[in-house]
Design a protein around this ligand. Structure first.
Ligand code: F6R
Length: 263
């Protein structure tokens, strides 16, 4: 365990691992190394974080590194991608709760360095709050490292199909598939919020480094589309192909339908 096994380097930026655990360990290692590098320079790391099933093992590893290896998060400033809207911060399925449960409650990050969009933002001032969120990221010098999952419809953050390349942080209607995928957790699609606040595609793509993690068979179809479909808002993840700073970390299951790639 804990040994990165197969890293088949298919192109400069697509890495396929034998297991989801190996892929997650790799992602956690990259994040830890960036934190350590910044600390050695006396700097803070601005880290973009995701929620959902995909990053759970990454967070487990980071918590383990904090506990067993003394990895400190004191120089980390975090910005999460998204939050359901409307939803109380204290709701057990809010992304606030998710982050506390899987990461923040177990590490030494300063509470004041944690940022997430709020499911309780006043609807009348939502536009201002979203602008302020992007502004805050800029004030911190932009996101150094952004962790992404991918939705089965190709969304990144909650930038659903149709999202523009230059979109900023905003309120968005959740796609039917996104709500269907969340229905199990919410015990019925009728309980899944209709909307969410998400960092925009522009907010995400401005990050200096982006890691997209995809694990499991259920992501195989969309990973194929993300790599092979024409670049368009219909599959927002295709936008990432235009960027040199993106790395894809996949397990073999998620990569199963990806055809031969150029080395
Ligand atoms: C979550 C997020 C989403 C998820 C995507 C995949 O913060 O931004 O884009 O990454 O919906 O979700 P999982 O990992 O649950 O399959």
């Amino acid at each position: 365990m804990n040994k990165v096994t197969t890293d088949i380097l298919l192109t400069n930026n697509i890495h396929i691992y034998a297991t989801a655990e190996a892929a997650s360990i790799k992602v956690a290692r990259v994040i830890a190394d960036e934190i350590i590098k910044k600390r050695s320079l006396g700097q803070q790391l601005v880290l973009g974080l995701a929620t959902g099933n995909t990053p759970k093992m990454v967070y487990q590893q980071l918590v383990r590194m904090h506990r067993d290896e003394g990895l400190s998060f004191k120089n980390v400033i975090s910005f999460n991608l998204d939050e359901y809207y409307p939803l109380k911060e204290t709701h057990p399925l809010s992304y606030h709760s998710f982050m506390n449960q899987h990461l923040f409650d177990h590490i030494d990050i300063a509470q004041s360095n944690i940022h997430l969009p709020h499911g309780e933002w006043d609807v009348a001032r939502l536009g201002d709050y979203c602008k302020a969120y992007d502004q805050k990221i800029k004030q911190h010098g932009g996101i150094d490292l952004q962790l992404l999952g991918i939705g089965r419809n190709g969304h990144i953050g909650f930038n659903e199909p149709g999202s523009a390349f230059d979109s900023a942080t905003r309120l968005i209607d959740l796609h039917e598939q996104t709500r269907t995928d969340a229905a199990i957790d919410f015990e019925g699609i009728e309980n899944v919020p209709l909307q969410a606040i998400t960092m925009g595609i522009a907010t995400i793509t401005n990050a200096k480094k982006i890691l997209l993690l995809a694990i499991g068979t259920r992501k195989a179809e969309i990973i194929k589309k993300a790599f092979q479909n024409e670049i368009s808002p219909e599959v927002p993840a295709t936008f990432l192909r235009t960027l040199p700073q993106v790395s894809y970390i996949l397990d073999q299951e998620a990569a199963a339908l990806v055809g031969p790639l150029e080395r």
